[in-house]
Design a protein. Structure first.
Ligand code: HEC
Length: 102
């Protein structure tokens, strides 16, 4: 099952260090976020839209949930990102805003 493999992969990579998306490329993720994700968040949260990640009642509570949320958005928006692109975006958002270690 694809999802299960994905979760296992995340668990393996996250147990190795405090960086849960070790092999991902945050700067590539940043480019993707800037292209596809900011305008809509900014429209509802103002500014650069990053308030959506830092609001008190934010939905994402750990690295795994972050990866899952990125995947949901990818699917919902029909962006057809590959798994490595999702992880690049998750890494960028984690480094920039969430700072989860697992
Ligand atoms: C069409 C509008 C729209 C677009 C485009 C969009 N989002 Fe979102 N996003 C939302 C809304 C609305 C929420 C809040 C959902 C909620 O509160 O239940 C959200 C929430 C999130 C969250 C969770 C924030 C939290 O509470 O911790 C993340 C992470 C996120 N989006 C990532 C992305 C990424 C990555 C992309 C680009 C692929 C993206 N979004 C594109 C509308 C959008």
């Amino acid at each position: 099952m694809k999802l299960l493999r994905y979760v296992l992969l995340l668990l393996i990579t996250s147990s190795a260090s405090a960086e849960p998306f070790q092999n991902a490329d945050a700067s590539a993720g940043k480019t993707l976020v800037n292209q596809h994700c900011i305008s809509c968040h900014a429209a509802s949260f103002g500014g650069d839209g990053s308030g959506i990640y830092t609001r008190e009642l934010r939905k994402v509570k750990n690295a795994q949930a972050l990866a899952a949320q990125v995947r949901n958005c990818n699917t919902m928006l029909g962006l057809k990102w590959f798994e490595d692109e999702e992880l690049n975006v998750a890494k960028y958002l984690n480094q920039q805003y969430y700072q989860y270690t697992e």
